[in-house]
Design a protein around this ligand. Structure first.
Ligand SMILES: O=c1[nH]c(=O)c2ncn([C@@H]3O[C@H](COP(=O)(O)OP(=O)(O)OP(=O)(O)O)[C@@H](O)[C@H]3O)c2[nH]1
Ligand SMILES: [Mg+2]
Length: 197
């Protein structure tokens, strides 16, 4: 079976990726799956693209093989695009999914439904030895609810209604999320690269 390293330690992202790469017959490994421990990579960028590049290129240099990184987040229009690039740490360095979504719900208190629009964004970076890094962006439009509903997924999934859906992203099965997500939409754009692996 073909193998690929994803430069992430996020278990929720990895679940998505395992499902997304399975149809290609590719087994994906996160940085937590490797026998050599990889130190946390500091995300010093101010854009998804910068952070995706930092993660993919650092791990590509370590192992000298092609690596994919995902930098992602949720942009909420009524919050001027926040949490955006800072989604993982919105409520503090602990990267606490529940605290993050509660902070968003708090900040959106009193904001009417039609103004609760936003989107998930995913930028994938492919770093390959001796080559320029490639970037592809995927988005998933939707609205933000007023309470957390659903057990699947991670992050802000329990408060995010994909456009046209009466269920939150966390009420969808992994297979359903993987048909419409920002991650799927970004991965579709590198399908040819994935197929030639
Ligand atoms: O509900 C969600 N469903 C998703 O599908 C999703 N994708 C991203 N996010 C949010 O954005 C942060 C990524 O930040 P991020 O790209 O810096 O990753 P991270 O720091 O968690 O892990 P790593 O990949 O850097 O190791 C995550 O923690 C989440 O808060 C999502 N939330
Ligand atoms: Mg991160």
């Amino acid at each position: 079976m073909k193998e690929l390293i994803i430069a992430t330690k996020n278990k929720g992202k990895m679940k998505d990726f395992i499902g997304l790469f399975e149809p290609f017959g590719i087994k994906v490994y996160s940085l937590s799956d490797l026998s050599e421990p990889v130190e946390d990579i500091e995300e010093t960028g101010t854009t998804f693209q910068e952070n995706a590049a930092i993660k993919a290129e650092a791990v590509c240099r370590m192992f000298n093989i092609p690596v994919i990184a995902d930098d992602s987040g949720i942009e909420i229009d009524a919050l001027n695009g926040a949490p955006g690039v800072y989604s993982a740490r919105y409520a503090g360095e602990a990267k606490d999914d529940l605290a993050n979504l509660e902070k968003v719900l708090d900040e959106l208190k009193g904001v009417p439904e039609e103004q609760r629009t936003g989107r998930f964004v995913c930028v994938l970076a492919i770093a390959q030895p001796g080559q320029k890094t490639i970037f592809k962006r995927g988005e998933c439009e939707g609205t933000i609810g007023d309470q957390a509903i659903g057990e699947h997924g991670f992050g802000y999934d329990p408060i995010f209604y994909p456009a046209g859906s009466s269920r939150t992203m966390a009420e969808l099965t992994l297979e359903e999320k993987n048909q419409i997500s920002h991650r799927k939409n970004a991965l579709d754009k590198i399908e040819n690269w994935v197929k030639q692996l």
